[in-house]
Design a protein around this ligand. Structure first.
Ligand code: VGL
Ligand code: ZN
Length: 203
């Protein structure tokens, strides 16, 4: 079975949002066209409590996008984003949700960030996504959404690590930085993941 994972297609990650990914909203019509080509569609949602320690505002004296160490893990300090219950945390209104069977939330623990939809950044706690996919006989995981160099990339790495055949749909994602995406592409290749274009799927 083939699953489409829609990563963090939320208001805060598109232009006008708190942590806008350049061109982030442009993927949504394509994401909607892709959905019927999969057996299962699952979404993730970045879902932070106010005062999350990935927010620069939680570290007086630090600036947005500074890099610090947080309980032994490298951490980029982000603008406040995807705060639980806010409009910025909602899935984008143009995203067709009718085929989304489950939404896995992440980033709820204040002390640790969670880029991947499978595990927090320390691989300490699982969201249950891998078990859910296995329970649905999924062997192939395709990823789309935001951002290519953070949550899509980390989710793809973990999908590989969990033994799924893994494909990032390059034109159905956008990166925070282009260099970040090129590095992610190389790392994913090394792990046996593939980057594909939507034309290979839409037929
Ligand atoms: C993301 C930074 C912080 C993402 C989430 O969805 O790529 N990036 N939180
Ligand atoms: Zn976040």
């Amino acid at each position: 079975m083939k699953a489409l994972l829609l990563i963090d297609i939320q208001n805060d990650f598109v232009p006008g949002g708190a942590l806008a990914v350049p061109g982030g909203a442009d993927i949504i019509p394509l994401v909607n066209r892709l959905q019927p080509h999969f057996d299962l569609v699952v979404a993730t949602q970045d879902w932070h409590p106010a005062g999350h320690l990935s927010f620069a505002s939680s570290h007086p004296g630090q600036q947005q996008y500074d890099r610090i160490e947080l309980y032994g893990l490298a951490q980029v300090l982000w603008p406040d984003h995807c705060v639980q219950g806010t409009a910025g945390a909602e899935l984008h209104p143009a995203l067709d949700q009718h085929r989304i069977e489950a939404i896995f939330r992440k980033g709820m623990a204040r002390e640790i960030d969670s880029y991947s939809g499978f595990f927090d950044n320390g691989h300490r706690r699982s969201t249950g996504l891998a078990a859910y996919l296995r329970g649905r006989d999924v062997t192939e995981v395709y990823l789309a959404g935001l951002a290519a160099d953070y949550c899509v990339f980390y989710s793809a790495k973990d999908a590989r690590g969990q033994g799924f055949s893994t494909f990032v749909i390059e034109d159905a994602t956008r990166a925070i930085s282009p260099e970040g995406f090129e590095q992610a592409r190389a790392e994913l290749h090394q792990l046996g993941g593939r980057v594909v274009h939507s034309r290979e799927l839409l037929g």
